[in-house]
Design a protein around this ligand. Sequence first.
Ligand SMILES: Cc1ncc(COP(=O)(O)O)c(C=O)c1O
Length: 421
Amino acid sequence: MTTTLDRTEAAALRRDEADPGHRDRFLVPPAEGGDYAESAYLAGNSLGLQPAATRAELLEDLDDWARLGVEGHLEARRPWLPYHALLTESAARLVGALPAETVVMNSLTVDLHLLMVSFYRPRGRRTRIVIEDAAFPSDSYAVRSQARFHGLDPDTTVVRPGSGEEVLDLLAREGDTIALVLLGGVNYLTGELYDIPAITAAGRAAGAVVGWDLAHAAGNVELRMHEWGADFAAWCSYKYLNAGPGAPAGVFVHERHLGDRSLPRFEGWWSTEEATRFEMAPVSRPPATAEAWQVSNPPILALGPVRTSLSLFDEVGMPALRARSERLTGYLAELLGAVTATHPLTLLTPREPHRRGAQLSLRVERGGADALSRRLRLEFGVVTDAREPDVVRLAPAPLYSTHHDCWRAADALARLAGEES
Ligand SMILES: Cc1ncc(COP(=O)(O)O)c(C=O)c1O
């Protein structure tokens, strides 16, 4: 039996009463236009909103610095020396890893480089790196520069299949030439969620190392990185994880690599075990954990908001969050279906919930994605983002977005697209 979707605003508000999420725990920017006080913020796939608790908790860390100076390393409420470890268990839970396999450090692209130092080791015929065709440019620049670092030609070393199926096909046909597969778990442009376990298994069976950029997957979809057996992964904390612009990234290194002394690794004083760090010895003693990939002492004032944010993920739990995300994004997809049917807009994201996360990407057939996104914000208070020339991305973040936000987005799009057609 099919039921017809009630597309009224009242119906959206009723859905929110039944399924309120956690919007009250966030600071939602005021709307820049339209009939409502708050924005309908659908850009959490780009920069997540600030949790209400972040400011007070960050002030505690600042106060400890003011009160204690250098003694804060050991005597702060949350001592700085082991501060990063306060984040480890939550970060591990988020991506389905063991705590020993996880550490929060640096920024995403920096971490991908540090991981590739260990895990991209071209030899003989096996030199090629596979990324997805629509990879985020930073990843493309990173792998191309790694190829050059090894004296290889990036144009022949880096291959860019267009889809998950093409990756599997390439691995089946030419697996013995592939040194590294490095894909985005959820593609930043289309919102497609790759079959991470299948690609990981195929890549490893072909003798390649398999790493994942989870920037658009962490805090968005359920992940089981340890069980799926990926060699490494990294993700940023400023999108679905709401830890603020440029917030430190998370890193996963599979247990089978921990303590492997044959792996090359770039090191600094935070790569050596904590217990003997202040013996100031000239030779490091790396722990058999992902912490061995740390290099510098971490920015405590930047780790603070990651800690605050991760505690909210612990409280809600990924299964409940993903279930709400499927309801919200499914609802938005249905509302948008009526708009795309009658206007020059096409949904780029897979329709099956298990092949996507929160994000829906629309192709604006006549281009002008930026102008459309700007009008949505300034005339309707609906915040989306554009990837020029022709993609507008809308992502209801399951912690704070509402059905009413989705309704506002679809309503505004119908009005604007109606003007154009
Ligand atoms: C998929 C993906 N990879 C890498 C990056 C780059 O991140 P960073 O600037 O933190 O290195 C981004 C940023 O948005 C991204 O979306």
